[in-house]
Design a protein around this ligand. Structure first.
Ligand SMILES: [Zn+2]
Length: 287
């Protein structure tokens, strides 16, 4: 319904369709600079600037397009009110304390999926699976993943990755009504099938730690949860596409040691620090 290109194809076929289209356009582009009229070059230059200068509204619209495409490709949103409210409460606490993009309207959503995963797209869209909620020991661990994902949106990582990909494929990067769904699928392709850029991950960790600290959660939960996930029997999807987890743990622990403290460093037993396992289980249950 939302995607005139590939209807109800499963995600991998749709991604392939987009890539194939992109490749064919790239091949059709003359590869000698002299062959491209100057007017086209200038026009293309202007279009490239458009994706690099997305307004908040355009970014939100592209985030909504990605959301629609994910849903038509089979992503199931969790319908239970308790978990959705809980995730939104945690996310909003983090955003209120630490977001520097005040005009971004953040939305936190629970995906019904037993696999351990979390991801952010753009325009404030953050997703966490029921599998991840289930494996976390406490609220602070869950908040640490959400704050990492907020970090990606604060730094517009996916927008930049899409732009890079489109430029590399010789596509103009202006977003129009007719190609928005294709641009969204390039973003989905980047999320599902490519290893995340190492520097983006460090960047999101740093940003996430800053936000977690500002919201007065126990920052120790961030490296603790990563340790827990890599030592679990099957490495979660989102870590298999993320680089060098032990490296990230070391960096986080150093940053925690050397960075400013919050009230949980002085008094980790405060309920608001989010370390109580029993309280967490009462809210999320055992699923
Ligand atoms: Zn990440």
């Amino acid at each position: 319904m939302n995607d005139s290109v590939s209807g109800q194809l499963p995600i991998y076929k749709r991604v392939f369709a987009v890539t194939a289209l992109a490749t064919s356009i790239a091949i059709a582009t003359p590869n000698t600079a002299q062959a491209i009229p100057l007017r086209d070059l200038i026009f293309r230059g202007i279009q490239v600037i458009q994706l690099s200068n997305l307004s908040n509204k355009q970014e939100r619209e592209l985030g909504e397009q990605i959301h629609r495409n994910l849903q038509s490709q089979g992503m199931r949103l969790h319908q239970g009110r308790t978990l959705n409210r809980y995730i939104t409460r945690i996310g909003q606490r983090l955003v209120d304390a630490g977001s520097r993009r005040r005009k971004v309207d953040y939305r936190f959503q629970v995906v019904d999926d037993s696999r351990v995963n979390a991801f952010a797209t753009m325009g404030g869209r953050v997703y966490v699976t029921t599998g991840l909620i289930n494996i976390a020991d406490n609220e602070a661990q869950l908040a640490s993943v959400i704050s990492h994902e907020i970090g990606h949106i604060e730094k517009q990582h996916l927008v930049k990755q899409i732009r890079k990909t489109m430029v590399a494929q010789g596509l103009t990067t202006a977003i129009t009504g007719s190609n928005r769904s294709q641009v969204a699928n390039i973003g989905i392709n980047l999320l599902v099938s490519r290893p995340q850029s190492r520097s983006d991950e460090y960047d999101a960790d740093r940003e996430g730690l800053r936000i977690l600290r500002a919201a007065n959660y126990a920052t120790s939960a961030m490296p603790a949860f990563m340790r827990k996930l890599v030592s679990s029997r099957s490495t979660p999807t989102f870590l298999s596409t993320h680089p060098a987890v032990p490296d990230r743990v070391v960096r986080l622990e150093n940053d925690i040691q050397s960075g400013p403290q919050n009230e949980c460093d002085r008094n980790p037993d405060l309920i608001s620090c989010g370390l109580s396992q029993s309280r967490y289980r009462q809210i999320v249950g055992r699923r």
